[in-house]
Every structure is written in structure tokens, then in C-alpha cells.
Design a protein around this ligand. Sequence first.
Ligand code: ATP
Ligand code: MG
Length: 457
Amino acid sequence: AAELYSIENNDASGQPLPVIVPRAGHPISRANISPSALRVLYRLREGGFQAFLVGGAVRDLLLGLHPKDFDIATDAHPEEVRKLFRNCRLIGRRFHLAHVRFGMEIIEVATFRAAHTEVDEDHGVDETGHRVLDEHGRILRDNLYGTIEEDVWRRDFTANALYYNIEDYSIWDYVGGVPDAEARVLRLIGDAETRYREDPVRMLRAARFAGKLGFTLHPGTEAPLHRLAYMLDSVPAARLFDETMKLLLAGSAVPSFDMLVSLGLLPHLMPDVAAALAEAPDSPGARLLRLGLENTDQRVRADKSVTPTFLFAVLLWPAILRAVDAPNGPLPDDPQLLSSACDAVMSQQLRRIAVPKRFGLPMRDLLLMQPRFERRSGRRALRLLDHPKFRAAYDFLVLRAAAGEVDPEVADWWTRLQEMPEEQRIAEVESRPREATDAAPRARSRSRRRRRRPAAT
Ligand code: ATP
Ligand code: MG
């Protein structure tokens, strides 16, 4: 750790100095920076403050990628930032971030933080867990803000700790982030074990950046991870939900999920899913999960919508098939078995990842609809088409067929049915023979369902 801090550049007072990469020495062009971010940077500078583009934006621009947002760091205090912009709101309980709005775009401006305040950008609004409170729980503001030299050390990876200076368009690098980014190496700043212990979510961030950017974890950054994975168990489930969304709904779900597996993090995030995949790595459920993640990535890349509802359906399916004791299908005849397996898997999972009900309930609906696709005779088959979750459930059926769990003929039939005009649909379902497997057990389960319906809704 020590050698990482000692970039051999210190001023007379022993302060670390950055390696400064001048404009001519790096490829970051203002043409690729959001005009709104540039406006904020220039205005801060005109106000007499330091202003830097920071974090993922500098990293991505250096790599020739398009940043998804542009964060700014400054020595101006939030109140000073607010005075410079009309379209500015201070956010967070302690108002330590400023949001400057330009139409749909929000530029986040953070004041340099003191070295010992441990704040992450997304959850930094809640200061209660930090050591900068007085005995009444009030923030000691003077301790909160610091200099750029302090700000840099609380960042996670070297490639995320680069500062692009609007003054002369140079990059300030205190931690060797430029060579690491160029070599595509992900390296924690400081002592890796300490940094993971401070905030175990950094382990998930490591998986995310490695997956998304194709970076290799530096050996010192990877080594403690396997040992410390258990620390994810104590991270609040709400934060794990947010982090899981960033991992899996950002266009790199497949490589990121693979990183979760290879780094040994999955058993702590989704224990039942990890167990199901380990037991039956080539099962239809495992294949469905993979196809579902590939699908998700394609949709993100095509700018189509993706939802946690469908994502969690895909993730949990291997665990649900395992819970009904049919890892290779078919689903049990009794729909009650599927619904209790679904509820058991879901309630276990919710203890780790707080999936909000608005996603969890429709997810349950689309999963419990699956057996109904097998019954294609009579008008009740048509009623399925009118179900509000039909489209998602049908998409899921198509994945199950592609994964080899369901006869592809079934999925094709539903595809064709949707394309038919109304009259033809009726003729089609009425001409179908009653399903052979349908008779005896079906009659039982149908009457049972009828009785249960009022309780279930
Ligand atoms: P993305 O491109 O996904 O937005 P990012 O690097 O910008 O990636 P953010 O989560 O937006 O990641 O965080 C912005 C910056 O804040 C990071 O680059 C990093 O410097 C710092 N940061 C965020 N979370 C943490 C954390 N948990 N620990 C330390 N530093 C963090
Ligand atoms: Mg960011």
C-alpha cells in the first residue's frame, strides 16, 4: 500500500503532488464533454474556484467511451455553488451536493471532501454512518470539506480518481490512474483489504468495472476479495438492490455476472441462485439465465427499456426450478407447488436484495403464468392474451423454449396465435384437442384455484 501513495512527487511541505498530463499528452477533447458540464466548469472557474471533471467521465473519455454522466468536483462550498447557478438545487440531508439542471440533464457538483469522511456518491446523502457528527448528531461542516489532495484518497479505483482541470485541460493524476486506465487495470487506491472493509460494496464495483470495461483486476486488488466476500452479507439490502441494478441493467450483464461468479461474490448476493447454478450448470434454468442476460444486454444497447421485473424473473428461475425439484423441467402439475417455490425463493432473496414490491409482484405474476401456456384448448387460453403481464410472460416463455425447458412448438404456437385475427384465434383454440395430461389433475387444481382466488388477490 505504501508505495502506491508515494508517487515520488512532494512539495516542500510534504504534500503529494499530482502527475500533470498536459492537454497535448492525452486524448480528452472538449468536443466529447457535455456542453452543460462545460458550462458548469467554466462558471465555477470564472467564480474563482477550482473546477475538475472527475470519476467515471474522465476514465471513459480516456478510454474513448461515452460517459453516461459528467460529475464535477470543486473547492467551492455547496452554498457558493448555488449562488453561481440559478438552476441549482442542493441535495442530501446535509446539502453537500449541488445539482445543476439543464433541461433533462443534471450535472452533479461535489465539494472536495476531507480525507476521513467516507461517502459514496450515490448514498452520500445520508451522513449518519460517518464519523463527522458531533455529540448531537450534527455534521461538523469544517471537517467535511477538504482539498483535492484529500478528495483523491477517498475514491475507490485509480482509474476512477482522475481529475480533468478546466483551467488548462490537463489531467491531474495522484495515484497512477492514467497508466492503469491505459493498461486496463483496476486497482484499488491504498490497502485493498482496508478499502473493502470500509465499504464492501467496492467488491461489487470491482466486478462491475471489470465486467463493463473489460479491465483486469490488479492481483493485490483481487486477492483479498475472495476472502472478504462474506462482508457483503452485512450490506443493507436496499443498497444491494441499487448496486445490482447498476451491475446488470447497464448493458454488460453477461460479463458482470461472470465476474460475480468467478470472484466468489454471487453466493453472498444470491445464495439460492449460486447453489442452483453450481449444482446444475448446464440445466435449462442456467441456460435461461444466460440467455436472459444476453437479451437484456442487447436491449440496453438497442436503447429499449429493461425492467428489474424481468431481470429478477430470469435470475431466480434456476433457483425456482431447483426448489420445485425439477431443474430440467417440466413444471409440476400442481400450480400450488410452483407458487410456494416462487414465494420461498423470493422471500429468501429479499433478505439480501430489497427488490421493491412494484417489481416483485409482477415478477411473481409472470412466473406463475408459465404453466398456463401449456393449456391451449378452449377459450380460457384466449383469456391469457388479455392478462396485463401477458407480454412479459410470453417473452419469458420464449426464453424457456430457447433454453430447452419447454417444447419450442408451444412458444411458436403462442407467437402465431397473437398474429391471428380474433375469429381465427377462437377457431384455433376451439379446434385444439383437450390436453392429454390435462384431464384428471387439472380438474382438481382448477376447483382448488377457484376457491383460493379471493384470498390470493
Ligand atoms: P459510472 O460510469 O458507472 O457512473 P463511475 O466511476 O462514475 O462509473 P459512480 O458510482 O458514478 O461511478 O461514482 C463516481 C465516482 O465516485 C467514482 O468514479 C469514484 O471515484 C467515487 N466513488 C463512488 N462510489 C465509491 C465508493 N463506494 N468508494 C469510493 N469511491 C467511490
Ligand atoms: Mg458516474
